[in-house]
Design a binder for this molecule. Structure first.
Ligand code: AMP
Length: 405
């Protein structure tokens, strides 16, 4: 059985084709992406297959639907062809960023689910429209009958207790759906499951903090296999300092800027989401690698940016820790979490008082899916390569196999 996964970002579209063989999901047979950011007016396509075929091309900007159609044709045409006919794809899984309060697990896409994704455009104005366009593009290419599964990035956090999920503003806000939803749920859940496998423990017996540190950053406190607290909130802007997002700030700053400097909502949105964080403080880049390189040349703002990043990370770790009331394993994942030894080392230093001990050699040796704590550490420290697309494919397989039972 072949499973196609669609993962739409604000200005990118990634897609993978997996095959289930003997109840196991293979490495992707085909991986493709479209990037609309690199050259104005153009879409950049990259396709590669498990057998080593590669296609790279840049074509004039098209609508998302046209671009997706072009991307998917490379599945059955040309040098990256891996199937003979579109009908070989049995099911399509989509990462859908916002599932609101109603979608607590993945669901088969129906007209009602599509309407719900559209109703949530106001809460995820960039991603949910792209996700719905992806679903509709699949319908137009593969026909309306192909099973499509929506896997929500908010679902894993939907059991967070009200005390952690509700903002202490007006109760009327709660009635309007203004509450903490949390994001990166697919990644946090995948890492929790993988952590239990690596530790050879039952997930239900583990207290975990998963640190998804990428361009966007969030932590999740996981107990009994469920997220009980997380750092992102109503939107992905809350919580940690990120590449270009500020994370949590005093809301009065916004009131001050509106009153004193006539800021509009659009300007606040742009500055907080696109011009803050590592980029805003360092003035160098949203990419931690460039910030670290600038720091090495003595750039004081780059140093300040890293110091704030670490301070915020440590204080949010403290918050997750007390929500859990203990910790069995600390998990690092995503671009920074998987690759930056210095961020892991500085984060771990703040937990040494608990008996957590990082093996500095293992930490520096590019660990992947490994425990990097010393044998006598009271808390395990894991680096896990997050695989959201695989997790989506697993959800699709779960839906198809449970239907067949
Ligand atoms: P992601 O959103 O998970 O794709 O992560 C992307 C981010 O990971 C980039 O913006 C970089 O800041 C960060 N990153 C990737 N590799 C490294 C590295 N070797 N050291 C520090 N940061 C890295």
């Amino acid at each position: 059985m072949k499973i196609l996964v669609m993962n739409a970002g604000s200005s990118s579209q990634k897609s993978c084709l997996y095959e289930v063989v003997d109840d196991r999901i293979s490495e992707p047979l085909w991986e493709a992406s479209i990037d609309w950011t690199r050259r104005q007016g153009f879409a950049e396509f990259e396709v590669k297959t498990a057998t080593g075929a590669v296609l790279e091309e840049e074509i004039p900007m098209q609508s998302r639907t046209q671009a997706i159609a072009h991307l998917l044709e490379t599945l059955w045409q040309g040098k990256t062809k891996v199937i003979d006919l579109p009908a070989e794809v049995a099911v399509v899984g989509h990462r859908v960023v916002h599932g609101g309060q109603d979608y607590r697990e993945s669901v088969r896409v129906t007209a009602e689910v599509k309407a719900a994704i559209a109703d949530l455009f106001v809460l995820a104005p960039v991603h949910n429209p792209a996700n719905l366009e992806g679903i509709e593009a699949i319908e137009s290419i593969f026909g309306k009958d192909i099973p499509q599964i929506a896997v929500f990035d908010t679902a894993f956090h939907s059991h967070i207790p009200d005390a952690a999920a509700i903002y202490p503003g007006l109760y009327a806000w709660v009635e309007k759906g203004i509450r903490r939803y949390g994001f990166h749920g697919i990644s946090h859940q995948y890492c929790a499951q993988r952590a239990a496998q690596i530790l050879d423990r039952d997930l239900k017996d583990l207290r975990l903090i998963t640190c998804h540190l990428g361009n966007g950053c969030s932590l999740a406190a996981i107990r009994n296999g469920q997220s009980i607290d997380t750092t992102m909130g109503f939107t992905p802007l809350e919580g940690l300092m990120m590449g270009s997002r500020s994370g949590s700030i005093d809301p009065s700053i916004l009131i001050h800027l509106m009153r004193q400097e006539g800021y509009t909502a659009d300007r606040l949105d742009k500055e907080l989401n696109k011009e803050s964080g590592l980029l805003g403080i360092s003035g160098v880049s949203a990419d931690l690698r460039s910030v670290l390189a600038a720091m090495d040349t003595g750039n004081p703002r780059a140093k300040l940016a890293l110091d704030i990043y670490i301070h915020r990370l440590r204080s949010c770790l403290g918050s997750m820790l007390v929500s859990l009331g203990g910790l069995d394993a600390l998990v690092f994942t995503a671009g920074v979490g998987e690759n930056s030894a210095i961020v892991r080392e500085l984060a771990c230093q703040s937990l040494e008082f608990l008996g957590l001990k990082l093996d500095l050699e293992k930490n520096k040796n590019r660990p992947v899916n490994l425990d990097i704590a010393t044998p006598d550490s009271t808390i395990r420290i894991l680096v896990i390569h997050t695989q959201e697309d695989l997790a989506i494919a697993q959800e699709c397989w779960h839906h198809c196999s449970s239907k067949a039972d």
